[in-house]
Design a protein. Structure first.
Length: 380
């Protein structure tokens, strides 16, 4: 059924529109028209002065709604995660498996493929964060699961039948040829949890590495004589960097410097969300260790950060309040830029004719009021 969303302030991703309506049908945006030109056969949805935004896209979601993808890599888990994060503006996400056995990874890959064919709202693919990581920069990853990339690994990493595959690896523990093979198979390769030096990262970028997972965290820092992973990431004009803007992972001043240094359009917001997002219970168990979320900070008893209790709309709010970004740029960092990083920039992240009708409406405090995934209105 054709629907027209009226009486709202619309951010297309490029400009702000008033006195306009958005018309959608069959899961796609048909047109953005002046309020007086709404098609007569469209059902009317009155936004009552809410703000209409592109749906938010999160490329790093470990869990939500009380469940962790690693614990139960199933379609039901993906459905629960999606429902939890939709309450906070996320209409597209990459469920993320942290380092685990190949058997668990295979289950997760199959679950994602099945979820996409069954139309589970919001699932865009899978993010495999490890197990090809550096013990020196392990974070809360289980070192006993770490592996090198071999033929078996390459076959597994390229086995997803539907959706996008994003792989986070340590460049120094693989080869440029392996990265080239992954990229040739359509895999998006990111650097993370890595002790690599600048020259190694440059070689990986030349081989097709195109992203950096949670910039600054679990990677070699920018130094005066050794630029490290961070220096290579900020210098490169073509790669993307994920930022966790929760006030804990990276100091706001550091983030402001990084955003100023990087090519505009290449910084994107991620949550690295754990099961506590959208859940009443603020503790969970990760590989036998209890993780607690307090005041938005997820950490072990020893204080090691373990993902986050962050949602995407909070990341947008934080980016405006703490980083001084315009609302438009913060929204692009949470929608258009991650969509482009995934190769979906012609489908998601903008409100324009032909794009998927995945969008949200928010109030003046950037709290979610409504969300639509591929044209379907879903509960908050």
């Amino acid at each position: 059924m054709k629907q027209a969303l009226i009486n709202g302030r619309i951010f297309t991703g490029d400009e702000w529109l008033t006195e306009h309506a958005l018309v959608m049908e069959a899961g796609r945006i048909l047109t953005l028209c002046e309020s007086g030109n709404v098609p007569s056969d469209a059902a009317i949805v009155d936004l009552k002065n809410q703000t209409l935004l592109p749906g938010l896209v999160d490329t790093q979601v470990n869990g939500g709604g009380g469940v962790l993808f690693n614990d139960a890599p199933t379609v039901d888990t993906l459905r629960t995660m999606g429902e939890a994060h939709r309450r906070f503006g996320t209409t597209g996400f990459m469920p993320t498996l942290i380092s685990d056995d190949f058997s668990v990874m295979a289950q997760g890959i199959q679950a994602v493929s099945t979820a996409i064919t069954e139309g589970v709202p919001g699932v865009l693919g899978i993010h495999l964060e490890g197990p090809f990581l550096s013990p020196e920069r392990k974070g809360v990853h289980d070192v006993s699961k770490f592996r090198r990339i071999d033929r078996e690994a390459l076959a597994l990493l390229t086995s997803l039948k539907h959706g996008k595959t994003l792989v986070t690896l340590a460049p120094e523990l693989t080869t440029p040829d392996a990265i080239r093979s992954l990229v040739a198979a359509g895999v998006i390769v990111a650097a993370g949890h890595t002790a690599a030096d600048y020259s190694t990262v440059r070689q990986a970028l030349d081989a097709g590495l195109s992203s950096f997972t949670h910039l600054f965290n679990a990677m070699t820092p920018l130094g005066s004589r050794e630029p490290g992973v961070v220096g290579a990431a900020l210098e490169d004009p073509n790669s993307w960097c994920g930022l966790i803007v929760d006030g804990y992972h990276v100091h706001p001043g550091t983030l402001r410097v990084a955003i100023a240094a990087k090519t505009q359009g290449k910084m994107l917001l991620v949550t690295d969300a754990m099961p506590t997002v959208g859940a009443e219970t603020k503790t969970f168990v990760l590989k036998g260790e209890t993780i607690r979320a307090e005041n938005g900070r997820c950490a072990t008893a020893e204080g090691t950060l373990a993902g986050s209790d962050l949602d995407m709309l909070s990341a947008v709010r934080n980016s405006v309040k703490d980083l001084g970004l315009t609302l438009g740029e913060a929204v692009r960092m949470a929608s258009r830029y991650p969509a482009e990083m995934l190769g979906l920039g012609d489908q998601l992240g903008s409100l324009a004719p032909g794009y998927r009708a995945s969008l949200i409406s928010v109030d003046s405090d950037l709290q979610l009021i409504h969300n639509w995934v591929d044209g379907k209105a879903l509960q908050r």
